[in-house]
Design a protein around this ligand. Sequence first.
Ligand code: SF4
Length: 291
Amino acid sequence: MKKIDLVLGLRCNSDCGFCFAHDDAVAEPPRAAILSLLDAGQARGYEAVCVSGGEPTISPLLPWVLDECRRRGLAVRLITNGFRLADPDYAADLLARGVSRLQFSLHGCDEKTVDRVNRRRGAFAQQRRALEALAARRPPVDLEVNCVITTDNVRALFGYVPFLLRHGVRRLTLSHLVASRDVAPELVPTLEESAAAARRVLAEAERTPLFVQAIHFPVCALSEWAERVTNHFYVDDQLLTNEEARVRRHHDDLRAHLLRAPQCDPCPHSGRRCAGFWRAPPAPSPLAVVS
Ligand code: SF4
């Protein structure tokens, strides 16, 4: 479905080391700019809005945005780290204002791992409380999870599938971390490690109600799961965003790290479906190791 991508500022209450969309200097856009984005999207026939950030739940404008979307009949998907949804009153208020889909960024299923990825003590406890409260709601909330695979969690995803199923999650996206400009190089796992972790999760979720897809993997790295691999390198008519320059910069940055191997030329996946392998992160300098 065509969606309007509304970035509600780039402030965040977490500090993930891989995030390209975190900048405490960038507050939410003015209301007039949000209204004209919604107008433009509706004029183009878009029927849904994806609200993200930064972390959208720390924006005081979020309740107003949700009310405005509901008034216009636009479906809302909210991308969040979920910390604030540990407060049941806050969560109930957001859902009552018409959030139809929640996407949590949840990068593991134990305290040590999740707190380390978020670089925030208490992150996992808050996310788990939020998930438990949402799982108990009736009718069930449409809940999906995004997990970025880094060196901090690549060996810690055992038990992730049952954890998500217990909390009512029905869709999971596993993202391979690419060594782009905004990412700390030490967080980037090797493709082999990352693919092995993804393969384990995909296999564990088979024949369960959890649908798993993988992004930013070369298709051949997960060849037995090729139909579950998707890659997004294009801003096109599916996306209307108030942060187009940032999204384009990120996509250009990803493309700059692509590496076409000789086997890519005859490969049937080559092209829009798969753009190739990724360059490895630069090795740390001896000086950086010493410091
Ligand atoms: S295009 Fe290259 S990286 Fe992608 S699946 Fe084919 S061989 Fe692998």
